[in-house]
Design a protein around this ligand. Structure first.
Ligand SMILES: Nc1nc2c(c(=O)[nH]1)N[C@H]1C(S)=C(S)[C@@H](COP(=O)(O)OP(=O)(O)OC[C@H]3O[C@@H](n4cnc5c(N)ncnc54)[C@H](O)[C@@H]3O)O[C@H]1N2
Ligand code: MOO
Length: 418
């Protein structure tokens, strides 16, 4: 196993070690945001019948041929139909039907003229009235044809598509009320560290609150997974070994935080090596060099570093793509935009540096990016207060103000191309 590997290699290794999870069928609403696992077919034509797109008058367009302001065409209103009604009569020569938006177009009509441009010659525009039209109309005007959106038996959502809220509505109209999707990964989150107390407690001397478990559980949820925060594990080899072994048996993916470096109480690497196959220990990125990955009894185990920002960046760059792979998503990369740096940045470290930063629009319309003042890998706060990660290229060349760098938009879905 190589010591420090490039980020791309690490991503390929982790994503290559996981598989798409089996398919489960869920109620339509539960499928929003998830990957549809099989083609979905409409049971009916959508819309099932031709209908009016306007409140107005249904008629034959030929009746209005040659109509002008000076010599308008006049028609007798013989009936009124609202949405949900079906007109069963016949529209004879010189006749029309008052129709509401959504109402089924009468068989004899081929166009609808909206109220606003129709004159009332006699009566109130309701059945029995005479109405006038000062211009011709076209066949099909203001008519939504049957099957405009889908035909019965047609594939309406394809396997591999991510179901949006609009897609949920579309499928509801097509009679699809249950959807096959890849199961959400069940992710175990284990914080290691003898200094940790649950956030419900006020920490005593030398102790801190376990914030990583919460952040990783939230990030796992955002990635579509089902997150389970397991109890904090003390810094002993045996305690971590037993916790990881148990979690690997019960979950689809195990995440630990802390104990990933080479300190006297850092045990995730030897634990994974003893229980299974250790495949990775360090990645060429900052924050987050110490990234452990391996397989224990067929389950991927990822040991994130303890420093909060290092754990967060490791999760976003390496674990999130793996959790998405397990759910069948096609796109794995958050959108990246180019932006001008507003300040000089020294690259003191040859690793690829991810700066917590704020992306804004400059007066000239281009993006500008301003790194947060505090880039400590021990903090969550600057991530909460920023909206992107500005990527300083590998190497120690300083990046001067005005130079253009890539910015990764972690809060924008991988499905969006910018
Ligand atoms: N001699 C060296 N020491 C360290 C190096 C190095 O290269 N040489 N790298 C540093 C960097 S960078 C990182 S990142 C950490 C990674 O080490 P660990 O994964 O073993 O991290 P820990 O020592 O367990 O913890 C680091 C830091 O984070 C706090 N922490 C841990 N768990 C949590 C949690 N659940 N919630 C909130 N905060 C947590 C912990 O108290 C420490 O302050 O190693 C450096 N050392
Ligand atoms: O590996 Mo550390 O992340 O640079 O904080």
């Amino acid at each position: 196993m190589k010591e420090m590997i490039p980020l791309e290699e690490a991503r390929a290794l982790v994503c290559g070690a996981v598989k798409k999870l089996p398919v489960e069928t869920v109620p339509l609403l539960e499928a929003v945001g998830r990957v549809v696992a099989a083609d979905q077919v409409s049971d009916i034509d959508v819309s099932p019948f031709a209908h009016s797109a306007m409140d107005g008058f249904a008629l034959r367009a030929a009746e209005l041929a040659g109509a002008t302001e000076e010599a308008p065409a006049t028609l007798r209103v013989i009936a009124e139909i609202g949405a949900g009604d079906v007109f069963k009569g016949v529209i004879g020569d010189g006749e029309c039907v008052r129709i509401m938006t959504g109402a089924c177009l009468p068989d004899d009509a081929d166009a609808v003229v909206k109220y606003e441009i129709v004159g009332v010659v006699e009566g109130d525009g309701k059945p029995g009235s005479i109405v006038s039209f000062a211009a011709p109309t076209k066949v099909g005007a203001n008519v939504r044809p049957a099957g405009e959106e889908a035909r019965a038996g047609e594939v309406v959502v394809e396997a591999g598509d991510v179901l949006t809220a609009a897609g949920v509505g579309f499928l509801a109209g097509c009679g699809v009320l249950e959807v096959p999707v890849h199961r959400r990964p069940r992710v175990a989150i284990i914080a290691t560290g003898s200094e940790l107390v649950p956030p419900t407690e006020v920490p005593g001397p030398g102790k801190i609150r376990n914030s990583n478990s919460y952040a990783m559980a939230a990030a796992a949820r955002e990635a579509g997974a089902e997150a389970h925060m397991l109890p904090i594990v003390k810094d002993t080899f045996e305690a971590l070994r037993d916790a990881v072994a148990e979690a690997a048996r019960a979950y689809d993916f195990v995440i630990t935080t802390g104990g990933a470096a080479n300190g006297d109480f850092d045990f995730i690497k030897p634990v994974v090596a003893e229980l299974g196959e250790l495949m990775m220990t360090t990645v060429n990125m900052r924050p987050g060099k110490a990234q452990t990955f391996g397989i224990v009894e067929g389950t991927p185990v990822f040991g994130l570093p303890g420093n909060p920002a290092a754990a967060y960046v490791g999760f976003q760059m390496l674990i999130r793509p793996a959790l998405r792979t397990m759910q069948g998503y096609r796109f794995m990369d958050h959108p990246v935009v180019k932006a001008r740096l507003t300040a000089n940045e020294k690259n003191k470290d040859p690793r690829r540096i991810f700066l917590r930063a704020n992306l804004t629009r400059a007066a000239d319309g281009a993006y500008e990016v301003t790194p947060a003042k505090n880039q400590s890998s021990g903090l969550f706060g600057p991530i909460q207060k920023t909206n992107c990660m500005a990527i300083m290229p590998d190497g120690t060349e300083p990046q001067l103000a005005g130079s253009v760098v890539d910015c990764i938009l972690l809060d924008v879905s991988e499905e969006v191309a910018l």
